[in-house]
Design a protein around this ligand. Structure first.
Ligand code: SAM
Ligand code: TMP
Ligand code: ZN
Length: 412
């Protein structure tokens, strides 16, 4: 594509110029599961991704207002996966040992959801506070005895907590910071609330993994940023902080945990420079690499549609497994509706009995899934493949086949 033909915008972190490299078209809210009555008022926006020429941050070209996404009925419950329950219990124990052993330590979580991580901190008797604006998931955490404030974390709310509770030793967020376009306000809030020697730690899907696996379904309304070590280091420096550690994580298809401290307070580990060097060698934020990714995305759409059309022509019964937010991008970009996939099963009661965003596949309880009901299962929750395939062994044994589309379309 020529420079003039590429769409451009303004970077939400540094005001630099962003250049678009992938257009995923008109998309719905990825976590809005609909009743028949909702169909006429469904919200859509334009999903396209660009990269900042100045700070290398990869980001959406259009932001969805936060209240459209995070509200009373937000249906994602973090405790829904056994793998993630273990991941967060281990993460909390790591903080308890390394950072929270002082006499009156204070742990703050941004996007604490149903309390999957805070529960371990609370059990250890350490002072904690969650910020969680989505009503029902926050209520689930409070029902477990956890302390949760029902607000968005930002500069103003951070100032209030600093005044009432004092400085935090650790401010942590999983799968939340990449959801927040207004990162300047987040860093100003962290600056207010974090103790002088404290750390701000967040983990989110990693741009390097998304490119390597062509996991373009990681791109949806809630995922506004696609972080790399280089872009996070630049962002931290811009706001007076420093990236002092990175750790790659296997969860959710590949993430990185970034540890940030006030500039000059902690010595950066070798892992930071190593990951940045790896990214530079792979051209992670270069337009050439990003446009190659976009080409592969189009290839996956072509291959998946060809397979689904063939299975339909052969009279096979095809369903999907896991009504993930990610699958909204895949289904809407490829045009996968009930003509190609009859329904999708999911363990989340708040999603069951509803229709998926945009292409309106009916969501049924996971208990309805079996080889009696389907010949093929499109694994929307591919990031939980191990856990799901382990508990659905009968499906495969009875001749059922899984359809995967990461890193390419294949059967298992
Ligand atoms: N941390 C959990 C996990 O990793 O499973 C939840 C992740 S969920 C994808 C993102 C959560 O962040 C939602 O529960 C949403 O309500 C919350 N959230 C979004 N913006 C926020 C903000 N500014 N402050 C606090 N929470 C926020
Ligand atoms: P996630 O990929 O964003 O974590 O979403 C996973 C979705 O898949 C969530 O709606 C719960 C659902 N799910 C199942 O239905 N069965 C399972 O075994 C697992 C792990 C998840
Ligand atoms: Zn920028």
């Amino acid at each position: 594509m020529t420079d003039e033909a590429r769409p451009s915008g303004a970077c939400q972190v540094c005001d630099g110029r962003t250049t678009g490299f992938l257009d995923l078209g008109r998309q719905p809210l990825s976590d809005r599961f609909l009743t028949e009555a909702d169909l006429s008022t469904e919200f859509f926006f334009h999903l396209a991704v660009g990269v900042c020429e100045t700070c290398t941050m990869v980001q959406l070209m259009e932001a969805v207002p936060r209240e459209q996404m995070f509200h009373e009925d937000y249906p994602y419950y973090s405790s829904g996966s056994e793998t993630m329950r273990k991941h967060f219990a281990d993460t909390a124990r790591g903080f308890l040992e390394a950072e929270l052993s002082g006499p009156d330590s204070f742990f703050v979580e941004i996007g604490s959801n149903d309390g999957v991580l805070l529960a371990t901190v609370h059990e250890a008797g350490v002072r904690h506070l969650g910020f969680e604006p989505s009503g029902k998931v926050a209520a689930a955490a409070r029902d477990r005895g956890l302390r949760v404030r029902g607000d968005f974390f930002e500069e103003a709310t951070a100032i209030e907590v600093r005044a009432s509770d004092g400085p935090a030793d650790v401010i942590y967020a999983a799968n939340t910071i990449c959801h927040i376009p207004y990162l300047r306000s987040i860093f100003l809030g962290v600056d207010e609330l974090l103790a002088p020697e404290g750390i701000f730690v967040f983990e989110d899907p990693y741009l390097g993994d998304i490119l390597d696996k062509t996991s373009f379904d990681q791109i949806y309304d809630e995922h506004f940023y696609f972080f790399s070590a280089r872009s996070v280091a630049a962002m931290a420096a811009r706001f007076g902080f420093e990236l002092v550690d990175v750790e790659r994580l296997p969860v959710h298809g590949g993430e990185v945990r970034y540890t940030i401290a006030r500039a000059g307070v902690r010595r950066p580990t070798a892992a930071v420079a190593e990951l940045i060097a790896e990214e530079d060698a792979a051209g992670v934020a270069g337009l050439e690499r990003l446009e190659h990714f976009a080409t592969k995305v189009n290839g996956i759409r072509t291959d998946l549609l060809a397979l689904l059309e063939q299975l339909k022509a052969d009279g096979k019964r095809v369903v999907a497994y896991g009504a993930t937010a990610k699958s909204a991008t895949l289904a809407n970009f490829c045009g996968i509706g009930p003509d190609l996939v009859s329904w999708v099963c999911d363990t989340t009661p708040a999603k069951q009995g509803r229709l998926t965003p945009g292409t309106h596949l009916p969501v049924r309880p996971a208990s309805e899934f079996s080889s009696e009901s389907a010949d093929y299962a499109l694994l929307f929750a591919w990031n939980h493949a191990e856990e799901i395939m382990a508990k659905e062994q009968e499906f495969r044994k009875a001749g059922g086949r899984w359809i995967l589309y990461v890193p390419d379309v294949h059967l298992k």
